[in-house]
Design a protein around this ligand. Sequence first.
Ligand SMILES: Nc1ncnc2c1ncn2[C@@H]1O[C@H](COP(=O)(O)OP(=O)(O)O)[C@@H](O)[C@H]1O
Ligand SMILES: [Mg+2]
Length: 223
Amino acid sequence: MIDLKNVSRIYQVGSGKVYALDKATLHVDKGEFVSITGPSGSGKSTLMNIIGCLDTADSGTYLLDDIPIEDYTETELAKIRNRKIGFVFQNFNLINKLTAEENVELPLIYRGVGKAERKSRVSEALERVNLTNWSRHLPSELSGGQQQRVAIARAIITRPSLILGDEPTGNLDSKTTDEIMRIFRELHQQGNTIMLITHDRAIAEQASRIIHIRDGKLSEVRI
Ligand SMILES: Nc1ncnc2c1ncn2[C@@H]1O[C@H](COP(=O)(O)OP(=O)(O)O)[C@@H](O)[C@H]1O
Ligand SMILES: [Mg+2]
């Protein structure tokens, strides 16, 4: 499903160059659960943004489901993201003036799904993350764990085959982290491909593979 070959992402900083990714090669099959670990600034988010088609490589090749991503325009990439990928971020990235159910509905509006189907899929997704009773609340009225569950419902509403989390439990306490990780494990058991960035060893070990990044270079810790 994910096939990166010698992917580099280079930032010009002042007169020098930063190799945020340095010839990264990675293959992930459909249905795998992979964690990405590494120190701050090692290139984790850069890797995830490229895999999630939010950013593109400066060199190397990236095939997502056999599609060569570098050949696509920004508009086409937005469509690929909407169709294939669900994102969950550390800071939830919810829209503050929309209720939980309106946030979850948004990707379906972008996709042009009709109102009746949107309503039934939104309530299904909110039920999936156990938030049915909170659907009319604004993000500011929800706890961090509840906001992250809204973000997960928004990520899965399009039934993506790939779910990407960039430190999704980074702002949560340990009890809430356990709840969120249980949802990710269930999504994995249902056949989704999951990639999670984490600083937390105990979280990384819940995956079947751990990839470590240091100075933009990948290494496999455990298979
Ligand atoms: N837009 C940018 N401009 C310049 N340098 C950047 C930019 N984004 C990331 N970097 C640099 O690339 C490296 C990797 O960053 P990042 O992928 O965000 O690391 P991580 O997520 O592991 O903390 C860091 O040295 C960072 O400073
Ligand atoms: Mg990061």
